[in-house]
Ligand binder design. Structure first.
Ligand code: PAF
Length: 288
């Protein structure tokens, strides 16, 4: 083994993981990257941040049925365990925790947590029950992994806001670290859903980051009213007939509260459907 290379251990059940977790001395910090697998460079950047900041890094891989809106979506979610484990090995992850449903939810009937009001609207409106499923599984994973810091991608902006609220209530000692969105060369935000796009849909999808980027540039040149920028994004996206806009909004940084007059760090959020694939993205207004 090269100097500095970590041996990655795969834990596929709660009790072996628990034994390993108990062996980590209390003074060592544990960085946690919860995932549903289908890992891509976006996840790797979260892992790298965790590696840079923590003594030990855990990645969980668990496809959480509770956060899917349909059985079909759950079934068609990509499962790429071997590649995922390989990616974690290359990224020097210490432990990959891939529990079974019975490890995370041993009970017959799962009582869902109620997410904060940041779960209302947007993804929450378009995917009823989604955030209840997310906070319920993340709470369970936090209890199992007991991390010092947990890393989440800001591409899922609303998810980060909702998890932040849950963690500050139920896990005040865990630091939630939001991480910047990784993008493909043409600007498309990395997502495990991108693989479902047809070549032409993949091309059309780049209109989303491009329209959001233009909105941020317009703000930089003095357009401050969100309505004007939203109209501009709608006009840009409408040039792509295959894009079906779900929502576009400007919200205050860290929350889902809509804003009219935009100030620095506010965030423009959007969801579209291309080729039947739902894509979300967001950008922060920052001075160029
Ligand atoms: O972002 C995800 O992949 C999931 O929502 C998460 C946070 C791992 C919970 O299942």
């Amino acid at each position: 083994m090269d100097r500095g290379q970590t041996m990655t251990t795969l834990f596929t059940n709660r009790s072996s993981f628990h034994t390993w977790r108990k062996s980590i001395p209390e003074h060592r910090t544990v960085g946690f990257v919860p995932t549903m697998g289908a890992l891509h460079a976006g996840h790797v950047s979260l892992i790298e941040q965790a590696k840079a900041e923590c003594d030990v890094v855990v990645v969980s891989i668990y496809v959480n049925a509770l956060q899917f809106n349909s059985e079909t979506d759950f079934t068609r979610y990509p499962r790429t365990e071997e590649t995922d484990f390989h990616i974690c090995t290359l990224a020097n992850v210490d432990a990959v925790f891939a529990p079974l449903k019975s490890d995370v939810f041993p009970e017959d009937v799962v009582e869902l947590l109620t997410p904060s009001k940041n779960a209302q609207g947007y993804e929450g409106a378009d995917r009823p029950g989604h955030f209840a499923g997310v906070v319920t599984v993340v709470d369970r994973l936090f209890n199992l992994v007991q991390p010092s810091v947990a890393y989440f991608g800001l591409k899922d902006y609303q998810q980060v806001a909702v998890i932040n609220d849950m963690a500050s209530q139920l896990h005040p000692n865990i630091v939630i670290s939001p991480c910047i969105t990784m993008r493909e060369n043409d600007g498309l935000a990395m997502s495990s859903r991108n693989r479902f796009l047809t070549p032409s849909g993949r091309k059309s999808a780049t209109a989303l980051p491009s329209a959001l980027g233009k909105a941020v540039s317009s703000w930089n040149t003095g357009v401050t009213q969100s309505k004007e920028l939203i109209d501009q994004v709608i006009a840009d996206l409408s040039k792509e007939p295959s894009i079906d806009i779900q929502y576009i909004s400007v919200v205050r940084n860290g929350s889902m509260e809509p804003v009219q007059a935009i100030s620095e760090n506010d965030v423009i959020i959007a969801a579209i459907v291309v080729d039947g694939v739902r894509l979300i993205d967001n950008m922060s207004f920052t001075n160029a």
